[in-house]
Design a protein around this ligand. Structure first.
Ligand code: ADP
Ligand code: ASP
Ligand code: MG
Length: 417
């Protein structure tokens, strides 16, 4: 069971969580619980790091930000004990959760679960702070923002759990963020692949890595709400969203929707390099310094070469990396041979995702028509087998998501927009 920041925000909510956990144990399950820091706490700690030293050492940053989860894991163990349960916390270094040494975005390599399993078999509830790991050098690491989801899936895989229930502040995965579109519908099932695409294009309900890990390890993941009545049915019967394989889905749904979900991401920035020489190697010269600096390039467009053997190259990078990317490119101006660099961080990427796209034509044209009808200009397009993304003006994000939600016939009935 994993509980997110909103579910852990304060003593009252932790007591609610403890009751949900206790009920699972009472239903005969052995339970391991992964917790996030209280809502807002990680942001607060990140800010302290920035104030202390704007060019902070990621290893010390990890020491600071991992603290939020240490607090909630201890508090949940204490609260469970107050309810008469046996419970103890297992900090990342105690379990231990071995990771690589990429501080602030570490990857889990392996979890030693022997001691944990022994304690659970003895009737003790294990409470594990999410987000935390241990580097090969024995230092504290963290798994990147939203990383507690990945901690939970990794623990579930390590102990061979029957299921990994991710409790959050919404009661499942919706067709789009229910905080943006009131007519969003809850999905009963979503495939690993679709969830992976949705997470990677901006649905923050699950961290992307948690989904790829669940897919690789075959962990059964369910997303559900922790804000349920104290006397509600046990989790096995709570209608959340199950993440399933393609084959499993076919058993559940005869008629697939064309589009499963829509996601938006405002953390993108656009870079245009004008009058780049249109010859072999030019594009390689642009992207080599960016990749060397670990900057992820997402959408890329190279315009048709103009008369003088020149072309414009447009691409997007994470907004947080825009300044670094711009500096690197300016430094390579001679080598690349471009004329001007134009940047825009007021853009957003809106994506539609669905395995139904594989077998149906017209998904893209519906998207372009719906946006055009509302006067929304498309600045860049990218596609994968089950996804289409467009780059638009950031101010039009919410409108675009709503318009597309309607255009694909996904609106729930009887609710206000
Ligand atoms: P937690 O603190 O529990 O990890 P998060 O804030 O990370 O919670 O994720 C839950 C939030 O994800 C929801 O409150 C919702 O606003 C947002 N969200 C974005 N896209 C979706 C979606 N398709 N379905 C459900 N929630 C979504
Ligand atoms: N507390 C961490 C964060 O806010 C990890 C998590 O909640 O998943 O990013
Ligand atoms: Mg989260």
């Amino acid at each position: 069971m994993k509980f997110g920041g909103t579910s852990m925000a304060g003593s009252e909510r932790i007591r609610r969580v403890a009751n949900i956990v206790r009920r699972q144990q009472a239903a005969g399950h052995e339970v391991a619980v992964v917790v996030s820091a209280m809502a807002g706490e990680t942001d607060r700690l990140v800010n302290f790091c920035r104030e202390a030293n704007p060019l902070y050492d990621p290893a010390e940053y990890d020491v600071v930000v991992a603290a939020g989860e240490q607090v909630t894991s201890g508090l949940l163990a204490l609260t469970l004990q107050a309810l008469g349960c046996q419970a103890r916390s297992w900090l990342g270094w105690q379990l231990p959760v071995h990771t690589d040494d990429a501080h602030a975005k570490a990857r889990i390599e392996d979890i030693d679960s022997a001691a944990l399993l022994a304690s659970m078999a003895g009737g003790e509830i294990a409470v594990i702070p999410g987000f935390q790991g241990l580097s090969p050098a024995g230092r504290v690491t963290t798994l990147g923002r939203g990383g507690s989801d990945t901690s939970a899936v990794a623990v579930a895989a390590a102990i061979g759990a029957d299921r990994c229930d991710i409790y959050t502040d919404v009661d499942g995965v919706y067709t789009t963020d229910p905080r943006i579109v009131a007519k969003a519908r809850k999905l009963k099932y979503v495939t690993y692949e679709e969830m992976l695409e949705l997470a990677s294009v901006g649905s923050k309900v699950l961290q992307t890595r948690s989904v790829s890990l669940a897919m690789k390890e075959g962990v059964r993941v369910q997303v559900l709400s922790s804000f349920i009545d104290d006397d509600a049915t046990p989790a096995d019967e709570i209608p959340g969203t199950m993440i399933v394989s393609d084959e499993e889905l076919e058993g559940h749904e005869m008629e697939r929707q064309l589009i499963t979900g829509i996601a938006a991401d405002k953390n993108e920035a656009k870079i245009i390099l004008t009058r780049v020489p249109d010859r072999p190697g030019a594009v390689a010269t642009i992207f080599a310094p960016l990749s060397a600096a670990n900057i992820n390039v997402d959408m890329i467009i190279q315009n048709v070469g103009r008369d003088k053997g020149e072309t414009d190259v447009t691409f997007t990078v994470p907004a947080a990396d825009l300044l670094r990317a711009q500096t690197l490119l300016e430094a390579q101006k001679e080598a690349i041979g471009f004329n001007r660099i134009i940047t825009d961080s007021k853009v957003a990427k809106v994506s539609v995702v669905g395995v139904g796209m594989r077998s149906h034509a017209g998904v893209a044209s519906t998207m372009f028509r719906a946006l055009a009808d509302r006067g929304i200009n498309i600045q860049a397009i990218s596609t994968s087998e089950i996804k289409i993304s467009v780059l638009i003006d950031e101010d039009e994000t919410e409108l675009a998501v709503r318009v597309l939600h309607t255009a694909y016939g996904m609106d729930a009935e009887g609710e206000a927009a």
